[in-house]
Design a protein around this ligand. Structure first.
Ligand SMILES: [Zn+2]
Ligand SMILES: [Zn+2]
Length: 383
């Protein structure tokens, strides 16, 4: 974990370290991304042969950070300067409120007793694994953000598509924010440290405008490697990720109607009941559950839990978060070795996502799997 005061001013030795990182070996292929910040519809064509700030930080070893060596400041952290809490991102507020309200409908007495279907609930649980685990923890996080393993492009894109079905933004935006978090964890300008306050770290940061996060320069800095792929670039330009979410929701609801129609022998009322049940349980409740699982990694796992490693942030290993987020709660381990595809480092730290990656490796679909150095070293010593 090197010290990096300023991402734009990396020392030569740091640049060398960064260049050894597989992510940083991304070429300088021109990329363009729509600037989603105010007043802007800007495209850029980076062409310099010098390593740009984008190259150095974005794809630098995101294990490295700009954190001071002295550890975290025990004082409360101020909100990042670039945020504007009075400028609410209404599109996020409306969509997130809507999905929460629909999820709450599931627990109204009439809804819970009459409109409930077992298949809707089971589909919701399966969706938690399919969309939440494969899409977010394996796809967005361990594969796209940290490059903890490699896999065929078709599989990578499939994971990304599954990730978009969780209402957690586009792959590039998610990855850029998360790489920024690793670079500055619990220090300025970490976009979502709970040391500001718990609610801010959990979900407040999602709905307040942050001047940096939608700038082209932010994308250039953190996700140039992703934006070289036209698949991710298109998703940025046309808000395609949201349509993926809507399309998957409509498909699930249509499947519910078909199932209801079939099992009732052609009754329209049953088709509607199943469609409603699938919308509530398999889409809304599951989406909200996955959302709070991800947000809890940012909030709970930076406040409550134990530490295996003296990282320069406040990250913790939290078993409850690990349980509900498929292993992501072993967050102190993760901050100690961000590129490792395994987040559970001790025998009792069960990590479901890691088991899936191991399975992918066994069948030849995952390669270059990064294992935790600390655990590997301990095993070698014992052996
Ligand atoms: Zn963290
Ligand atoms: Zn991470």
């Amino acid at each position: 974990m090197g010290m990096l005061k300023n991402m734009d001013g990396m020392t030569p030795s740091q640049q060398t370290t960064s260049e050894s990182d597989p992510i940083l070996r991304a070429s300088n292929t021109a990329s363009a991304v729509e600037d989603r910040s105010e007043n802007a519809s800007v495209t850029t064509q980076p062409s310099s042969t010098q390593p740009s700030p984008a190259q150095t930080a974005a794809e630098s070893d995101i294990c490295d950070s700009a954190l001071p060596a002295s550890g975290i400041d025990p004082q409360q952290l101020p909100r990042p300067e670039e945020t504007e809490p009075l400028k609410i991102l209404w599109q996020y507020v409306i969509v997130l409120s809507a999905v929460h309200l629909i999820a709450l409908l599931a627990f109204l007495p009439f809804s819970f007793s009459y409109l409930f279907t077992w298949s809707g609930l089971i589909l919701g649980i399966l969706g938690h694994f399919t969309f939440g685990m494969l899409g977010i923890t394996v796809g967005y996080h361990r594969l796209l953000t940290h490059r903890g393993f490699t896999c065929p492009k078709w599989l990578e894109h499939t994971f990304a598509l599954l990730g978009m079905c969780n209402l957690q933004d586009s792959p590039s935006r998610w990855v850029a924010i998360h790489r920024m978090h690793h670079q500055h964890s619990d220090h300025q300008p970490d976009p979502h440290s709970p040391l500001v306050n718990f609610l801010w770290g959990h979900m407040g940061w999602v709905v307040c405008r942050h001047k940096t996060l939608d700038r082209t320069s932010h994308y250039e800095r953190y996700v140039r490697d992703l934006l070289r792929d036209p698949f991710y670039l298109k998703l940025e330009r046309h808000g395609g990720w949201f349509f993926v979410f809507v399309a998957h929701a409509l498909l699930i609801i249509a499947a519910g109607a078909l199932v209801g129609y079939a099992v009732s022998g052609g009754q329209f009322g049953e088709a509607l009941r199943y469609a409603y049940s699938y919308a509530v349980w398999a889409v809304a409740v599951r989406t909200v559950f996955v959302l709070h699982g991800t947000w809890a990694v940012n909030s709970l796992s930076h406040v409550f839990g134990y530490r295996n490693y003296e990282t320069r942030d406040n990250s913790r290993n939290n078993w409850l978060v690990a349980l509900f987020s498929h292993g992501e709660g072993w967050h102190n381990n993760h901050h100690a070795e961000p590129r490792s595809a395994a987040h559970g480092h001790r025998w009792y730290e069960f990590d479901m996502s890691w088991r899936v990656i191991q399975l992918l490796e066994m069948v030849g679909l995952a390669k270059d799997v990064v294992r935790p150095k600390a655990v590997t070293k301990a095993k070698q010593t014992a052996g």
